[in-house]
Design a protein around this ligand. Structure first.
Ligand SMILES: Nc1nc2c(ncn2[C@@H]2O[C@H](COP(=O)(O)OP(=O)(O)OP(=O)(O)O)[C@@H](O)[C@H]2O)c(=O)[nH]1
Length: 346
């Protein structure tokens, strides 16, 4: 790589289901960052881009729209082309922006959008995927999660989750939704956002895709995880789990933890294998690995089939080394992962 990380242009991917409040949030970001140059890539279904008219004021932003299709499927080539055009114009001094925000259509699966930043060399060297921010509508989120698999993926991929329209629901409804989101993605901090009024420091420049980012797994999730695990063993084949878990989302997460070190070779073989087999269904995975003989953490993360690892902080004197890995995916066979990882331990 020729470009130092700090010189790379950060990119935020803004997702969320139809009407969740993405544009409201984007408007707020643009007004807050008044005077700073942001290139916004809008992806809307349909020939008319209404959002554009809402957004464009006589400001510095560069709004580029990708119409007539969804950024994760038909217009993916357009996204690559647009990012490359922006890069060339910026390099030639024709454009001067310091970050990019991509607002995806409500239907988009953020996976392919994220992969764009790792697969194409020109893009990968120039842009740094900062984070995926997902907006969930408090009022309709539950129903959307029930009906639309893509909305579960949007949560699975998220580095930050903002729940909008809290004003329209009761505390109980909000809490039920929050808990469900937490089960799907225990890694991303969740907060509420009222008409786009979010703390921008929590959604911009957070390096969600950076291996050095702290691995936050909500302790509440870990507590529930143990609880669910218990139920797994109580259920027999004929149990439909209905009584235990009212929402069996196809996107879900699990955590592997161990204080025993991994055998590096076995682990590499295993991970290489599961990523080949389950890659398409593995949305995000990330964690800290304790390797045999290593005096420091190994930081590990991936998106679908692309995974990466790099050395992290040393284990300090009193610290007990521990592996902590979270896998978020679509219908993942948890036991295959748990048992497979167990077998890679020394
Ligand atoms: N009550 C309430 N309404 C909100 C809030 N945030 C956004 N809205 C409203 O929700 C509607 C949809 O918001 P948008 O920002 O257009 O949603 P979007 O996700 O960009 O929608 P699409 O582009 O269609 O996918 C608008 O009428 C907003 O005013 C909120 O916190 N509370």
């Amino acid at each position: 790589m020729s470009t130092a990380i700090e010189n790379m242009v950060p990119v935020t991917v803004l997702t969320g289901f139809l009407g969740a409040g993405k544009t409201t949030l984007l408007k707020r970001i643009l007004s807050e960052y008044h005077g700073r140059r942001i290139a916004v890539i809008e992806n809307e279904f349909g020939p008319e881009n209404i959002d554009n008219e809402l957004l464009v004021q006589d400001r510095e932003e560069e709004i580029i729209e990708l119409s007539n299709g969804c950024v994760c499927c038909t217009v993916r080539g357009d996204l690559l082309r647009t990012l490359n055009e922006l890069r060339v114009k910026r390099q030639q001094g024709e454009l001067n922006f310091e970050r990019v925000i991509i607002e995806t259509t409500g239907m988009a699966n953020p996976g392919p959008v994220c992969q764009t930043f790792f697969m194409d060399d020109d893009i990968a060297e120039y842009y740094r995927l900062d984070a995926v921010v997902t907006v969930v509508d408090a009022k309709h989120g539950m129903t959307t999660l029930d009906k639309q698999a893509e909305s579960q993926k949007q949560i699975g991929f998220a580095d930050r989750i903002l729940i909008s329209k809290k004003d329209l629901v009761s505390d109980e409804e909000y809490e039920a939704l929050r808990k469900r989101i937490l089960r799907i993605n225990p890694r991303a901090p969740i907060s509420s956002v009222h008409f786009g009024e979010a703390d921008l420091n929590e959604i911009i420049d957070i390096s969600g895709f950076n291996l050095n980012a702290i691995l936050d797994i909500d302790p509440e999730f870990l507590a529930e995880e143990t609880h669910d695990h218990h139920h797994d063993h109580e259920c027999d084949e004929h149990c439909d789990h209905e009584h235990h878990a009212p929402h069996q989302d196809s996107v879900s997460a699990f955590v592997f933890k161990s204080r025993r070190p991994f055998d590096p070779e076995r682990l590499e073989d295993f991970l290489g294998g599961v990523v080949q087999v389950f890659g398409p269904d593995l949305l995000r995975y990330k964690g800290i690995i304790y390797l045999k003989g290593a005096n420091r953490r190994m930081l590990f993360q991936g998106v679908h089939m692309m995974m990466g690892a790099e050395p992290g902080k040393p284990w300090l004197g009193k610290e007990k080394p521990e592996t902590k890995l979270v896998f978020i995916g679509h219908n993942l066979p948890k036991e295959v992962f748990m048992q497979g990882l167990e077998q890679c331990l020394v």
